[in-house]
Design a protein around this ligand. Structure first.
Ligand code: GLP
Length: 241
């Protein structure tokens, strides 16, 4: 695990954007896993300004979002589909058919299971994830893999922790934070060839310290990243010596 510490969010975002753009320059047909949340907003803003529709950065790329809420329409203002359009997809030359986000608008159990299997198969059929960008939940979640998630888990429906729903409540001003989500599993994420974890802000200090301790266990999902051979952690929280 390679640790890179930055003085602030802007510097972290700049580095993350450079890593993504360099990866695309080296392998234009990259298959990327992309996160949502507040942390990657600076990354996406820089990628959008560096890479408009004329520069063809994403023309051959494929993206898979890590997760999506269940039980809301993709057009809901709080959905990750809406988020991705607002921060990236409406501004770059990614082919619409190559930008994948789990379909969480399904309500019935059986079709939801099928959607998870379809998503997992689609990742495999695309050649597997080349580079996965991840955010870090305050409780150590990656994607929506909450504490207790088996490290070999694959794309599936999960129940969101109360603390996660609280952390994401601002996206649902009427208080209707979904109870469930579809998320890539930890096993799906660990199968990526390269991983970049972004952790920004004082609210992540404890989670970063816990990750940095090196203790690996299912009680802290991000600790699974210690089992992967190529992980960079980009953070702006103070690191102990
Ligand atoms: C959310 C998302 C994660 C994200 C994390 C951190 O719940 N499902 O993919 O990485 O929590 O979010 P933020 O960057 O807003 O702190």
């Amino acid at each position: 695990m390679r640790w890179e510490r930055f003085d602030d969010f802007d510097a972290l975002s700049e580095r993350a954007a450079r890593l993504l753009l360099e990866h695309l320059a080296t392998k234009p047909d990259s298959v990327l896993a992309l996160p949502t949340g507040r942390t990657p907003i600076g990354l996406y803003a820089r990628v959008v300004s560096a890479c408009n529709r004329e520069t063809h950065c994403f023309a051959e790329a494929t993206t898979f979002n890590l997760d999506e809420y269940v039980g809301i329409d993709s057009s809901h203002p709080g959905s990750y589909c809406t988020y991705m359009k607002r921060h990236l997809l409406d501004f770059v030359d990614l082919k619409p058919g190559n930008a994948h986000i789990p379909n969480g608008s399904i309500n019935d159990a059986e079709p939801l299971l099928e959607e998870c299997a379809r998503y997992e198969q689609l990742i495999a059929a695309s050649g597997g994830l080349d580079l996965a960008f991840l955010g870090l939940g305050r409780n150590g979640h990656i994607g929506f893999n909450e504490p207790g998630t088996p490290f070999d888990s694959r794309t599936r429906v999960v129940e969101l922790a109360a603390s996660t729903r609280q952390a994401n409540a601002a996206d649902f001003p009427d208080g209707s934070v979904p109870l469930h989500a579809i998320t890539m599993g930890i096993g799906t994420i660990l199968a990526a060839r390269h991983i970049v974890l972004l952790a920004s802000g004082a609210s992540k200090t404890d989670a970063v310290a816990r990750l940095r301790s090196g203790a690996v266990g299912e009680a802290f999902p991000a600790s699974a990243l210690w089992l992967h051979p190529d992980v960079r952690v980009l953070t702006d929280v103070p690191l102990e010596a």
